[in-house]
Design a protein around this ligand. Structure first.
Ligand SMILES: [Zn+2]
Ligand SMILES: [Zn+2]
Length: 385
């Protein structure tokens, strides 16, 4: 589905019916029924909450007939529904950012796509979902105070029908909002919808940098094919590397305690000074950007990054600095550099490889959730229902 950025995605609807029960021993209980009959996709997750609607756990057994002890004796089961695209909105209190995903295993932890904070489903609720839980809790109280057989209904179908009129929305209605980059995780096939581009997969914690870089490099290759100035394509390729390296190295620096001198060698710099970047990442993180590149590819890479510098800052005219640093004997001082398509195509492959090396090293340090990947690969649905 092609969803525009920052568009409201309506609630999936459904009806929750709560009613008090009393067994033969006179013990009071609460009966919960959930019905969904709208024609849009929908998923649900059951959460434990305590009064006045504070989420305290994720219920693993709702709807599958298995007894489970609630995390607190006075906790009750609530039903949280997805939006009408069967996605769930999430909010991370650690970094104050919102995203949507396609649902999570009820017994595993999610990753915040932006800061990699981990937590269970009930720890990543949006304020609107929390408002809904408060309303739900008040309905639980109402049902328990009513006579046996009297039902209290939370009719989200009726509300979903009136969402076009802001004034008719009760406070507990929650909708979600599409973000900017909707992607499927290559490792676990989970859906993610995040603001910006670079992110961790919410389900397994894999980074999406490789896919973004491949897409950008393919677009530059297409530019080259349709006759865009090769020097412009060279600048674009180096820029793709620079921004991918910055995202990954900034994240490593943020998450790994480093001695000040090592930290200073990595932050607030441009990563297209290739030799210095290669040395710094090797020293700080034992990540070899040039891993699996043969000598010819390494030489090409260093030379092309230096040529970019000449195009960017020297008007494309060869100077002594370029000749000294590159050892390029094929050009003369004051010569205007001309880029060829074959070298750019080779460089494009090398850029993809170097970013892949950085991502692989990153995940050696911060591994994705292998169990979540294996479960998603087995085709098990993300929600317990
Ligand atoms: Zn976060
Ligand atoms: Zn994933």
């Amino acid at each position: 589905m092609n969803t525009p950025d920052f568009r409201e995605i309506a609630h999936s609807g459904g009806r929750v019916t709560l009613s008090k029960t009393r067994n033969d021993q006179g013990q009071i209980g609460l009966n919960l029924r959930f019905e969904h009959a709208r024609p849009n996709p929908a998923s649900i997750v059951a959460l434990y909450a305590i009064q006045p609607g504070i989420p305290v756990g994720t219920c693993r057994s709702y709807g599958i007939g298995v007894a489970e002890f609630p995390p607190l004796p006075n906790a009750f089961v609530t039903i949280l529904s997805s939006d009408s695209e069967s996605r769930f909105g999430r909010f991370c209190d650690a970094c104050n950012h919102y995203w949507r995903d396609g649902g999570a295993f009820v017994d595993s932890q999610l990753f915040c796509p932006y800061c990699a904070a981990r937590g269970q489903i009930h720890e990543f609720l949006t304020q609107a979902q929390r408002n809904y839980l408060q309303h739900y809790a008040s309905c639980v109280s109402e049902a328990l105070q009513a006579d046996v057989g009297v039902s209290v209904v939370i009719d989200l179908d009726a509300i979903a029908d009136t969402i076009h009129n802001e004034t008719e929305r009760p406070r507990f209605y929650y909708a979600e909002e599409s973000q900017q980059n909707r992607f499927t995780c290559r490792a676990c096939d989970s859906f993610n919808d995040v603001i910006g581009n670079v992110a961790y997969c919410s389900c397994c914690g894999s980074r999406n940098d490789n896919d973004l870089v491949r897409a950008r490099v393919n677009s530059i290759r297409a530019d080259l094919e349709r006759g865009v100035d090769p020097a412009t394509c060279l600048r674009s390729l180096v820029s793709v590397f620079d921004s991918a390296a910055k995202h990954l190295i900034d994240e490593l620096v943020r998450r790994i305690p480093l001695r000040p001198r090592v930290r200073a060698s990595l932050v607030n710099r441009t990563y297209h000074q290739l030799s210095a970047t290669v040395e710094a990442t090797k020293k700080a993180f034992d990540i070899d950007l040039l891993d699996a590149l043969n000598e010819e590819q390494q030489r090409l890479c260093v030379r092309m990054f230096l040529r970019r510098h000449v195009h960017e800052h020297k008007g494309g005219i060869v100077d002594n600095e370029y000749i000294e640093k590159s050892g390029d004997a094929s050009v003369k001082l004051r010569q205007a550099l001309v880029e060829d398509r074959a070298s750019l195509l080779q460089l494009s492959e090398v850029v993809v490889r170097m970013v892949a090396n950085l991502v692989r090293g990153f995940h050696d340090i911060f591994p994705p959730d292998a169990a979540a990947i294996a479960r998603r690969r087995r085709g098990k649905p993300p929600q317990a229902q």
